[in-house]
Design a protein around this ligand. Structure first.
Ligand code: NDP
Ligand code: OXD
Length: 310
């Protein structure tokens, strides 16, 4: 029995150290150096090459290294009969809320405009904003969205949420649910924050039709997945003056190609998919626990319901 780190874009050393610190008896292999593929019973996966997973004939379960599982679910070689788990971790939640609060505040306090002014040595104030006049709309009220909404509410913002099932959180001004209530949710969102999983229902959801339903000068924060956004529709909405800008952490192609128009756009802030990075020091515990559970045929922590795709 061995645990495979199948995460070519991540440094394996912190994971190896964290796993060894919790259980030194676990044999950890790092892709592509796998001497005995038949020994692999559990795989921790991130940005893996497609059609590799089905080479491990004795796999009992697969874990995403992150909260999202779309990268595994969308792999045609994914052995979908196997249980799939994802990371649910307080450190990941905290880090995402920090990102979202930062992105909201930098827009709300005009820091993007002041950065442009600084480049031209311009000393000019923007009209004051009142926090109570700025309504935020959080798309995706799961583990990450609900924490971000709570922290933004604590700062004084009016926060709405949108999800499949209605929520009963006192921090929300209103909880909107389902496709039918999406227009009402959008009509009042001055800042729209996307924390949805990427599924067949949410792919391309941030498009021209959606932007048209937002108030004038709305701002977009997308920290979910690049494929939620129709990039040319966002450029059009910003360049036409309909939207005031965007803060984007995720892109259809990552790394974002050097020629991409987002790089130079004065109203778009870009971060390189760092909104919330899984920290092995806190997340390895559930991976080790699931490794043992999978080998012993016990129910897994943070199992994904593949029928809903998240
Ligand atoms: P959860 O599964 O906990 O929450 C997903 C939320 O989205 C739920 O509230 C769910 O509704 C809602 N939802 C799903 N489908 C729909 C739909 N069709 N219509 C309306 N609402 C929908 O996920 P997390 O909060 O843990 O993570 C969200 C995503 O964030 C991840 O999938 C990942 O892509 C992204 N992410 C990005 C990171 C980054 O660094 N940029 C880091 C970590 C995650 P309901 O509650 O009713 O089920
Ligand atoms: C995740 C991510 O899904 O980092 O955890 O994108």
């Amino acid at each position: 029995m061995s645990l495979l780190l199948l995460c070519p874009t991540k440094d394996p050393q912190p994971w190896k150290a964290a796993i060894a610190g919790l259980d030194p008896s676990i044999e950890v292999c790092v892709w592509p150096e796998v001497a005995k593929p038949e020994d692999i019973t559990f795989a921790l996966v991130w940005n893996h090459p497609p059609a590799v997973l089905d080479r491990f004939k004795n796999l009992k379960a697969i874990s995403s290294l992150g909260a999202g599982i779309d990268h595994i679910n969308n792999d045609p070689g994914f052995p979908s009969h196997l249980p799939l788990t994802r990371i649910v971790d307080p450190a990941l939640v905290q880090s995402m809320s920090e990102y979202v609060v930062t992105a909201v505040m930098q827009h709300f306090r005009g820091f993007t405009t002041y950065a442009t002014q600084q480049a031209g040595r311009v000393w000019k104030d923007l009209p004051p904003n009142r926090i109570s006049d700025c309504r935020l709309g959080v798309m995706g009220m799961g583990v990450l969205g609900s924490d971000a909404a709570t922290k933004l509410h604590a700062l004084g913002f009016s926060v709405d949420g949108w999800s499949r099932q209605r929520k009963t959180m006192s921090e929300l001004s209103q909880s909107f649910a389902g496709q039918d209530e999406l227009p009402a949710f959008l009509h009042r969102a001055n800042i729209l924050i996307c924390l949805l999983p990427l599924t067949s229902s949410t792919e391309g959801i941030l498009n021209q039709n959606l932007f048209a339903q937002l108030p004038k000068d709305a701002y977009l924060i997308n920290a979910a997945r690049g494929h939620h956004l129709v990039e040319k529709d966002l450029l059009e909405a910003i360049n036409s003056g309909k939207m005031s800008g965007a803060c984007l952490d995720v892109f259809r192609e990552e790394p974002l190609p050097a020629i991409h128009p987002f790089w130079q756009h004065p109203k778009i802030t870009i971060t390189p998919h760092i909104a919330s990075l899984t920290d092995p020091r806190s997340a390895a515990h559930q991976v080790v626990e699931n490794y043992h559970r999978a080998n012993e045929g016990r129910p897994l922590l943070n199992a994904v319901d593949l029928t809903r795709e998240y």
